[in-house]
Design a protein around this ligand. Sequence first.
Ligand code: ADP
Ligand code: MG
Length: 359
Amino acid sequence: MRAAITRYEAAHQAMGTEFTLVAYGDDPQYLTAVGNEVFDEIDRLEGQMSIYKPKSELSVINRTAASRSVCVEPKLFELLVNAVDHSQSTGGAFDVTAGPLMKAWGFFRGKGRVPSNSEIAQVLRRVGSRHVHLNRAERTIRFDMEGLELDLGAIGKGYAVDRAVDIVRRYGVTRALVSSGTSSLYALGAPPGARGWSISLRNPYSSEKAANIVYLRNCSLSTSGNYEKFFKLGTKTYAHILNPSTGKPVENMLAAIVLAPSACDADALSTAFYVMGVERTREYLATHRDLMALFYLPSSTGRKFRRAILRSDGSSRIGAFFPRTPERKRKSTRKGTSTGASARSSARYATARWDDRSL
Ligand code: ADP
Ligand code: MG
């Protein structure tokens, strides 16, 4: 007799968000043990990467790498190599050294403030991945100037999701969804009887409404949205993603969503594409593989928004399926990009929340 399939679900606060794990298997106790291991690992990663913890390995690097080379734990070193690669390949749109800028805008422990142009110019002198030197042979990091600070806020949660999925896989679980709140998620396999995990992408103006549904199987998704963290001053809203070339928050962007084989890459690239906008992202995708990007862009009429979907070579193999609506069918003749499609859904989940109804 075959054992009944059990659905396990648990949540855990870490990295300023709520991680969740959903997994299917035949032994609830086993799944609970896997879940505990996953959340222990996420806590360990937070202890290593947080800039809010003075004793974290990243804080030690930030304090000392300008005065001497610092030896880095192997996995963190790999992540830093990846982060610097993304900083370079996106022309600095994703910049792992954006830390001092975040502080200048009061996003670090602060309530938000608007720095003067001269202060921004001063701070920008301390931003740039070219000042970070990683020595692969010795596994060390060195900054070539004082005041540089690494910030893994745009890649760390995706990285933690990938590490969690490694654990889940190692324990033989084949159907699971790991998510880091509204940031990044990875969909492993599919729920029983389903084609994929059903993910509802929130409307950029209302967390109660869905803007799109996407089905994922062995694929990750990351969102960078202007509604995640922001402050208001007068009539103006300042969101937490900064353009490292101007030193100011990005405007005219509601959300950038990336689908990719790894959550770490999806996380870094959703931030990068948010900064780069549609046209620069199109150029990026022309020379990279296995990626899909979805933008929600402000429209001139009130709280409406426009969509743009871009695909790189190989994107049809990454395990992401958008259900076809009549409007999408009509527009899909325009190769590469479809804009303005409207997907209706009764799902009420926020971005990167999930709904594993069977298809
Ligand atoms: P979320 O934190 O919701 O996952 P993102 O992945 O877009 O959103 O990360 C945003 C965070 O990344 C900011 O809170 C900040 O710590 C950092 N950051 C802001 N702008 C940049 C940038 N241009 N490059 C790299 N990191 C950034
Ligand atoms: Mg990100």
